[in-house]
Design a protein around this ligand. Structure first.
Ligand code: GNR
Ligand code: NI
Length: 167
């Protein structure tokens, strides 16, 4: 296993659209293991492969209290969505920034599991938010893109300042 470096907004590589995974092989199994380790270490409740500069449709999520329920989604696709919820979001690629984003309250997500089997999951609440946030990453969208232009500009300036002091 290995910890992977996480891309920071506004890195242009966060805008890439990830490619579908044709089949599960050792490289995908290793990617999932490394992504899970990276997510737990961060710590975060989700991670999309895009954030570690791998442009494949792979997501890991664990919204459990005790970090005991790792979920792996390969080629996740939203089906029926309903309701709406507004919650404070953060992102490992935009450290230190939190803001409200409107999302569907309930989603149906189809995906392939690590055994290559097609699955469908009905999710609500925080898990539903996280699934939508991670699928956005696979499509090149960061939660910041859902905010006003003024907020986006302020966040870019703050990130640039952070990068200067960290360097
Ligand atoms: O760790 C994370 N927390 C979080 C909180 C509210 C809404 C979404 C998230 S996902 C984020 C990890 C991350 O950046 N995943 O892409
Ligand atoms: Ni994120």
């Amino acid at each position: 296993m290995a910890l992977l470096p996480i891309l920071r907004f506004p890195d242009p590589r966060l805008k890439k659209v990830a490619a579908r995974v044709p089949q599960i092989d050792d490289s995908i199994r290793k990617l999932v293991a490394d992504m899970a380790e990276t997510m737990y270490e961060a710590p975060g409740i989700g991670l999309a492969a895009t954030q570690v500069d791998v442009h494949k449709r792979v997501v890991v999520i664990d919204v459990s209290e005790d970090k005991s329920e790792l979920r792996v989604f390969i080629n996740p696709a939203l089906g029926k969505c309903d309701g709406s919820q507004v919650g404070e979001e953060g992102c490992l690629s935009v450290p230190g920034i939190y803001d409200k984003v409107e999302r569907a309250e309930r989603v149906s997500v189809s995906y392939m599991d690590l055994e290559g089997k097609e699955q469908v999951l009905e999710a609500e609440g925080l898990l539903a938010v996280c699934i939508q946030h991670e699928i956005d990453h696979l499509n090149g969208t960061v939660f910041v893109d859902h905010l006003s232009m003024l907020k986006q500009t302020r966040i870019k300036n703050k990130m640039a300042k952070q990068a200067r002091v960290t360097a």
